[in-house]
Design a protein. Structure first.
Length: 274
């Protein structure tokens, strides 16, 4: 197996391993550069060690239209600290040098990638050890211009499905053979309100149409929330609650890694399937 092939399988293996253990995969979102670059790398490593199956590494952007107040503030702090797309790629490479093998999904907006250039970005992402990319503002109709150069370098794309997505659009996702699909549980921005439990039949239909596991996110904050969603989904995405742990709590920024690790561990414990 080549290095590219080995990397490309990390996400699929993470979901397959969770399924074999009769649980949902825990996908932990954290904003790169919050509260500063060095601390954020320590936070991500701590989350991986504490039981996150997948890290969604948020790339700071000045106009995060899909994100709620907590993540918006995190991005503002990160940008003020000098974080960037290039820095997020460097951070992923640093995590790999530290021996962190948990899959990393780079999560963000297309503008910084467009400015860097999709081909250059794809080359750098592959070299850094990124497993997949999720761009919230690049719909399936336009995803090819990013998916093609990434696929050439063994990096996947993660499509989004909304409560309003039609069967035709969902079926089109299969063409990019994603390692998993991210189902947005609410119409709105991240962390804006508690998530409503989707109809299990819709999750099953998305899984069948795309040929991929389905992770559900937006509005999932507590271990109790995670347990409810783990009963119907292949993965559970938690972001705002973890970002809030970075921002505040006993011990200030220095204790952010331990605060995040504590919540990740409690989320992971809550998600075994019956």
């Amino acid at each position: 197996m080549t290095a590219i092939q080995g990397k490309a399988h990390r996400l699929r293996d993470a979901f397959a391993r969770a399924a074999a253990e009769k649980r949902a995969a825990l996908v932990a979102y954290l904003t790169f550069g919050d509260p500063d670059v060095a601390t954020s790398i320590d936070v991500i490593a701590a989350a991986a060690e504490a039981g996150a199956d997948v890290i969604e590494l948020g790339v700071p952007f000045s106009d995060p239209s899909a994100d709620g107040p907590s993540i918006q503030r995190a991005m503002e702090r990160a940008l003020a600290a000098g974080a960037s797309l290039g820095g997020a790629l460097d951070a992923t490479a640093e995590l790999r040098r530290r021996g962190v093998t948990v899959p990393v999904v780079l999560f963000g907006y297309y503008n910084p990638i467009f400015v860097m250039g999709p081909a250059v970005f794809a080359e750098r992402a592959a070299a850094a050890g990124v497993d997949a990319v999720l761009t919230v503002d690049l719909p399936i109709d336009e995803l090819g211009e990013l998916a093609r150069p990434l696929a050439e370098r063994g990096v996947d794309v993660i499509p989004l499905v909304a409560p309003t997505s039609t069967p035709d659009r969902i079926a089109r996702i299969a063409s990019v053979t994603p390692p998993f699909v991210y189902y947005i549980s609410i119409t709105g921005v991240t962390g804006s309100r508690a998530a409503a439990l989707p109809d299990p039949a819709r999750i099953a239909a998305i899984r069948e149409a795309t040929g991929a596991p389905v992770a559900v996110g937006f509005g999932i904050r507590t271990p109790e929330d995670a347990a409810r969603f783990a009963a119907i989904a292949d993965g559970v995405v938690v972001g705002t609650a973890l970002v809030d742990r970075v921002a505040s709590g006993d011990g200030g920024p220095a204790k952010a890694p331990s605060r995040v690790a504590e919540l990740v561990a409690s989320l992971a414990r809550a998600m075994p399937r019956q």
